[in-house]
Design a protein around this ligand. Structure first.
Ligand code: AMP
Length: 430
């Protein structure tokens, strides 16, 4: 008895993991536009590119980003590796850059060292508008050198000009300071006093943070906590003389740069390592921040390096792109091909591959539809591609080492030797 062939079972693939997205070909021009602007702004302001691993030891973020942060407490993607190492997908860029700075002795390069990076980050968050589990950040860091607000301003300038370069308008740069180790403890105490008899109404996280890091209460998004901070003391009233002076100095730089800013005395940001100025950039009509950052003068030392002044910021690429799309900000147009290659017959088809290589060497952008034999179909594709010239290559031309150049607008044609093809194309394209 013959055996029945096993029935093929169609396997239904699960989609991409929750909160993670494909970047499809139609969106690539916008992504490239952001990448190009990032490269140009970084080059202009002398930020050097650094790439660090996407995977790092969990301790890096526990120590740098902070045990008290949502990132470390709730949002890490742990990796089950084969060894005993505790690895995670990086949730943010700064700790990896600080580790690389210490590990590679980058403090021996000219200081301050200005660095930039871009790449994917991972946070186990509840996906919503502008919030994903895999997202991309562009980051700027200035490490080493003097503790000078000039560098704070340079980081903000790079972020602001990048956003400007992408034609995103109606932005607000909110700015605050967290004081220094002399005045911050005084302010923290004031906050604790303010919240003491309101404690029972705080959310669970804020109840805990009240003892460990009361500044973070100002950052809570829970409605009742937002309501409660309305009359909370502001840091500006508790800054020491030196912090007041440097904050004022910073604001004066803004006038020079013609960058509008808005002091926001409750801005604290969600990471533990900030030690002075913090800022955030928002844009009208969107609830999320495009980016933000601040000064982190203790982090390098805390991670085992020398005492190092540092300031940095990052922007979220998906958010920049979402705003650009919503406002229909011009997509970067993919350069059109300069010529379209049309073949007639098998021999010409084979030899077309060699012609494409000649065109590449001559830096002439070419498109073809070698998979199609019908002349009509090839001409239709040539029209669609929008190339000003078509190259027609048949058996006769292949035999005689010639090619026909056709003007797609006037229809005028000319036969030229293959050896002179590039030159003839260039002449016509002028
Ligand atoms: P942070 O590292 O939390 O200071 O965030 C800096 C910027 O990264 C934010 O302003 C966002 O633009 C972006 N960002 C942070 N978390 C996410 C996320 N889950 N999804 C998309 N973008 C994010």
């Amino acid at each position: 008895m013959s055996k029945k062939p096993a029935k093929k079972v169609k396997v239904q693939l699960a989609g991409a993991p929750k909160g993670m997205h494909d970047i499809l070909p139609q969106d690539q021009p916008l992504w490239e536009k952001v990448r190009k602007a990032t490269r140009e702004i970084s080059d202009f302001y002398n930020f050097h590119r650094i790439d660090t691993p996407i995977v790092e030891h969990i301790e890096l973020f526990e120590r740098a980003t902070g045990q008290e942060t949502d990132i470390v407490q709730k949002q890490m993607f742990n990796i089950a590796s084969r060894g005993n190492d505790r690895l995670v997908l990086r949730p943010e860029g700064t700790p990896g850059v600080v580790r690389a700075y210490i590990q590679n002795g980058l403090s021996h390069m000219g200081q301050p060292l200005k660095l930039y990076y871009e790449g994917p980050m991972f946070r186990y968050e509840q996906p919503q508008a502008g919030r994903f589990r895999q997202f991309h950040q562009i980051g700027f860091e200035v490490m080493g050198g003097e503790d000078d607000s000039l560098y704070d301003i340079q980081v903000m300038q790079a972020c602001y000009r990048l956003i400007e370069e992408l034609k995103i308008k109606n932005t607000t740069l909110k700015i605050n300071t967290l004081g220094c180790k002399n005045c911050r403890p005084v302010y923290k105490k004031k906050l604790q006093e303010y919240y003491k008899n309101k404690e029972k109404d705080l959310c669970v996280d804020c109840k805990r943070r009240l003892a460990t890091n009361p500044l973070r209460l100002l950052d809570c998004k829970e409605e009742k906590c937002v309501e409660m901070k309305k009359d909370a003391p502001v840091i500006l009233d508790h800054l020491c003389a030196s912090c007041t002076k440097s904050f004022k100095g910073l604001l004066e730089y803004f006038e020079e740069l013609d960058i509008p800013y808005l002091p926001d005395h409750y801005l604290v940001r969600g990471l533990d390592y900030y030690t002075g100025v913090v800022f955030e950039i928002t844009t009208e009509g969107f609830d999320f921040a495009l980016g933000g950052g601040g000064r982190y003068n203790d982090l390098v030392e805390q991670m085992g390096g020398r005492k190092t002044s540092a300031v940095g910021a990052s922007l979220g690429v998906e958010r920049l792109i979402e705003v650009m799309k919503a406002r229909e900000i011009g997509e970067a147009i993919k350069p059109k091909p300069r010529v379209f290659l049309i073949h007639v017959g098998d021999i010409a088809r084979k030899r077309s591959l060699g012609i494409i290589e000649r065109l590449r060497q001559a830096n002439i952008r070419v498109k073809e539809s070698l998979g199609k034999d019908s002349l009509k179909a090839q001409f239709r594709n040539a029209d669609r591609a929008g190339a000003p010239l078509a190259l027609i290559f048949g058996q006769k031309e292949a035999f005689e080492e010639n090619i026909i150049i056709r003007d797609m607008v006037t229809g005028a044609q000319e036969t030229v030797p293959l050896a002179k093809m590039a030159e003839a194309i260039r002449r016509r394209l002028k």
